[in-house]
Design a protein around this ligand. Structure first.
Ligand code: B16
Ligand code: MG
Length: 214
């Protein structure tokens, strides 16, 4: 029986990818790198500094900057990203998510968060969901980011359950790969996983039951 659900944040609970894209694009264009939306797909679920490294590799500029400079650049991007989140609130919760979370709570199913984002606690507060999430795994507390499984293992540990007791929900290949490598059952939103859904609207207790019986 499923006793817990592990959520990804960006792309599952809310769509912050568009703000990441604007902030990365502005930083990249200062370095003469033009990003495409297709390339941006590769950054989904990838931690901040690794995302910057992928952008610099894409622009053939990785050799130009020191680690320290890269951290400064990532900080600049994050400041702009946070400004773009200024008006984020309840209306930005993806369709069906709040209702699904409430139904999980009614059934005493624990909720963990496995997001690569260091901004996750602030974002959840803005969305009014902070109190509903039982445990937010800290990406700084794990060794390897997605596609490594560490953050999903940590989120499961934080809600005192075993991997077999939970399912995870992701929108990015890196996140599904992370779940697969720790044998966690997975739901993909617009991405292939054990069960693929086209929208967060389709999430329900019945859908979870399907995965439980698979
Ligand atoms: P931050 P998720 C990920 O969120 C984003 O998809 C990814 O684009 C971003 O680089 C990463 O968080 C780190 O975010 O810069 O806020 O720490 O999908 O894992 O919830
Ligand atoms: Mg995501």
């Amino acid at each position: 029986m499923i006793k817990g659900v592990i959520f990804d944040l960006d792309g599952v609970i809310t769509d912050t990818a568009k703000f990441h894209y604007i902030a990365w694009n502005n930083l990249a264009s200062k370095m003469g790198i033009e990003l495409t939306e297709e390339f941006n797909e590769k950054l989904k679920g990838i931690p901040r500094i690794e995302s910057l490294k992928l952008i610099l590799e894409y622009g053939n500029a990785i050799h130009i900057y020191s680690e320290e400079e890269m951290h400064e650049m990532a900080d600049i991007k994050n400041e702009e990203y946070k400004k773009l989140l200024k008006n984020l609130d309840k209306k930005d919760i993806l369709p069906g998510i709040e209702d699904f979370i409430n139904k999980l709570k009614e059934k005493n199913i624990k909720i963990g968060l496995a997001s690569a984002s260091k901004n996750a606690p602030m974002i959840l507060e803005k969305l009014g969901l902070g109190k509903k999430i039982d445990y937010i795994a800290d990406p700084d507390a794990v060794k390897n980011g997605k596609p490594a499984p560490d953050i999903f293992i940590e989120a499961t540990r934080g809600i005192n359950l075993n991997i077999d007791d939970v399912i995870g929900i992701e929108d990015a290949d890196a996140g599904v790969e992370a779940m697969r490598s720790c044998n966690m059952r997975s739901i993909g939103i617009n991405v292939d996983a054990d069960l693929r859904l086209e929208s967060t609207r389709e999430l329900s207790l019945d859908i979870i039951a399907i995965l439980d019986n698979k």
